[in-house]
Design a protein around this ligand. Structure first.
Ligand code: G3P
Ligand code: MG
Length: 238
């Protein structure tokens, strides 16, 4: 019922192997992380369009090779204790998830529409290399066109639609995606929206909830999974 957001963002630098391991240590079933392509076409785990905020480097992720990206310190900005952390690849992440028994909610970050297809193809290659089980994976995106590409290129992997706005007309736009889940900003979730989503037989996830006093209200509305920066605060409230 709990997902660690960007690993365990309150406890370790986001989207690092240390954060994912800490989430696993907390006993979560799922982690949510963000992926995009390096300049040389390798899926890497980082949220922003640039490396500026979360590393000691500068520049666009899409303009840097894997070697350049992995030469950066992705942990010191959070705490010097994490100085050896680097930007992980998707491949390293799947290995960690396999070893730690984690399920992976992989958010596909698209900063330009042309990025979607090569990224999804590269993700598919890595999944195949690892023979990673589809039932331990969920591909998610804010972008409907990206989810359509996932449906055609990786039909066996479940899809989740992420949103921070909602109206019931949205369901018609999502109808052909054969979704597994809706991941909604907890601040906009109402009992009516939750009921509409649950009536469609969809799994309902909320992000990014860090106030454990809200957990009971969320579960009461039918929320299946809480995506949080701070998993330990929620583990006792499932
Ligand atoms: O997957 C839910 C959440 O991660 C979406 O927002 O900006 O944290 O990737 P963001
Ligand atoms: Mg995300």
């Amino acid at each position: 019922m709990i997902s660690g957001h960007r690993g365990a963002r309150a406890l370790a630098p986001e989207n690092t192997l240390a954060g994912m391991n800490l989430a696993a240590d907390c006993g979560v079933e799922w982690i949510e992380i963000d992926t995009q392509l390096s300049k040389d076409g390798i899926p890497v785990i980082i949220h922003d369009k640039t490396v500026n905020r979360c590393t000691n480097g500068r520049g666009k992720v899409a303009s840097l090779t894997l070697e350049q990206l992995q030469s950066l310190d992705a942990g010191s900005w959070f705490d010097p204790h994490f100085a050896t952390e680097t930007i992980p690849t998707l491949s390293q992440t799947l290995e960690l998830c396999t070893n730690r028994g984690l399920s992976l909610n992989l958010e596909i970050k698209i900063y330009h529409p042309r990025e979607a297809e090569p990224l999804i193809d590269a993700i598919a290659d890595v999944i195949k290399q690892h023979n990673y089980p589809a039932e331990k994976l969920l591909l998610s995106s804010f972008d409907i066109a990206t989810l359509q590409l996932c449906q055609t290129h990786l039909p066996e992997v479940r899809r989740g639609y992420i949103c921070d706005t909602w109206n019931n007309k949205r369901l018609a736009k999502l109808a052909n995606l054969d979704l597994f889940s809706i991941h909604i900003d907890h601040r906009i979730l109402t009992p009516e929206i939750a009921e509409t989503i649950k009536q469609q037989g969809l799994i309902l996830k909320v992000w990014t909830l860090n106030d454990p006093s809200q957990a009971e209200r969320m579960y009461g509305m039918g929320v299946d999974n809480i995506i949080t920066d701070n998993p330990p605060l929620f583990m006792a409230k499932q």
